[in-house]
Design a protein around this ligand. Structure first.
Ligand SMILES: *[C@@H]1O[C@H](CO)[C@@H](O)[C@H](O)[C@H]1NC(C)=O
Ligand SMILES: *[C@@H]1O[C@H](CO)[C@@H](O)[C@H](O)[C@H]1NC(C)=O
Ligand SMILES: *[C@@H]1O[C@H](CO)[C@@H](O)[C@H](O)[C@H]1NC(C)=O
Length: 367
């Protein structure tokens, strides 16, 4: 477990040891009686969806059936695209909050401690909701939902609203689906834009959406880059020997590079904008290059699915699944296992190997 766990020491006080955090994660979280973070408002896609898509009746982008959730408390499928908890759950544990509930589960909720707007299949562009059967809540619509919640919070909190929102966290995990859609054979986007034009447009649209969130009172953002999605089982599957799709990885990386420049700009344009960027791409690369270091034995195939790389058919009750879920990087054709999500959040929280900048989430909270 070398590099990730030689975390840089931090001025801040939280002190469950690294070893303990594996064994006693929940106890550590509970023992922090009160979180200094009043709420967490989560935006994004299936990497952090906690069940919003369960409520999208016409959508086939769902995870509310087995074997999803097989390692979740109670062994239940909740709509998380995972064998267990996802990154949003682990982040909430670190912060000392309960996992933010899905917005669509309580359409009239006030959500003082936060809520999740995240939706499987969602992207920066509204076109991620274009297909009739692949219904999603794209980021612009998620922002609309936040605006609704904010009005309710204003009623509830009155003059404390601004302070509440400025201390709350706003994780945004988005972009993979826009890239995946572009590279789908014969996609509209690829007829209309060059890949360079497309990633630039993604970043400029994302910038406007972040400004919109800021305009509604958000100050502390956690923004993730997109992962090495060219190495997801679904993307490896069509290649002859199951190798990664270099083109997809190249443009994912290009997008991340432009995204980090944009965040830097935004910080100089908006006086109180603060962020922690997470280099998901870098961490994935590290997992694939040094699997054993992180306890992985298989970083190529899905744990749950059927056929070559268990990626020919998706994870359903008719699929096979691997016996040791913690030694796989991928749970299904696109999504990481609970084991991988836990490591992501450990790195995001304390930082290491420069995968989190300009500050860790721990530092972001302390500002
Ligand atoms: C995307 O949808 C949002 C919310 O419905 C809308 O306000 C916005 O104009 C749309 N964006 C584009 C580029 O069509
Ligand atoms: C996975 O485990 C098998 C059996 O223990 C071992 O032979 C193999 O080298 C491992 N593969 C990786 C990538 O660690
Ligand atoms: C992190 O970045 C700093 C400054 O750029 C560099 O000196 C250091 O070697 C990097 N650390 C790692 C582990 O890459």
């Amino acid at each position: 477990m070398a590099s990730f766990f030689m975390m840089r020491s931090s001025a801040s006080s939280f002190s469950c040891s690294i070893f303990l955090s594996f064994v006693l994660l929940s106890f550590c979280a509970v023992s922090r009686a009160q979180s200094s973070v009043p709420g967490m408002y989560v935006f994004g896609d299936s990497l952090v969806d906690v069940g919003n898509n369960n409520y999208l009746e016409l959508s086939i982008i769902k995870a509310d059936f087995p074997y999803n959730g097989i390692d979740y408390p109670g062994g239940q499928a909740t709509g998380r695209f995972s064998n267990g908890k996802n990154a949003a759950d682990f982040l909430a544990e670190k912060v000392g909050l309960a996992s933010a509930p899905p917005y669509l589960g309580q359409p009239n909720g006030v959500f003082v401690k936060g809520v999740s707007f995240a939706s499987g299949g969602a992207g920066i562009f509204n076109t991620t909701d274009e297909s009739l059967i692949k219904h999603t809540i794209p980021l612009p619509h998620q922002l609309g939902h936040f605006s609704t919640v904010r009005q309710r919070l204003a009623k509830e909190l009155g003059s404390h609203l601004e302070d509440h929102l400025s201390k709350s966290l706003f994780p945004v995990v988005i972009g993979s689906n826009d890239i995946i859609n572009y590279f789908n054979t014969g996609s509209d986007a690829s007829q209309k834009y060059s890949p360079q034009e497309y990633v630039t447009l993604m970043v400029s649209n994302f910038k406007e959406l972040l400004k919109g969130m800021y305009g509604l009172g958000a100050r502390k953002f956690i923004v993730t880059g997109i992962a090495l999605i060219g190495c997801a089982p679904k993307v490896r599957y069509p290649t002859p020997t199951g190798e990664c799709n270099k083109d997809v990885n190249y443009w994912a990386k290009k997008y991340n590079d432009e995204l980090t420049l944009m965040l830097h700009e935004l910080k100089s344009e908006l006086k109180e904008f603060q962020y922690s960027y997470f280099d998901t791409y870098g961490v994935f690369t590290e997992f694939i290059q040094n699997p054993a270091t992180y306890g992985f034995n298989d970083t190529k195939s899905a744990c749950c699915g059927l056929g070559k790389l268990r990626a020919k058919f998706p994870c359903t009750p008719l699929s096979l699944f691997c016996s040791d879920r913690s030694d796989h990087l991928f749970w299904d054709v696109y999504h990481p296992t609970e084991a991988a999500a836990r490591i992501f959040i450990d790195v995001l929280w304390r930082g290491s190997g420069n995968y989190t900048f300009p500050m860790t989430v721990e530092e972001l909270i302390a500002i």
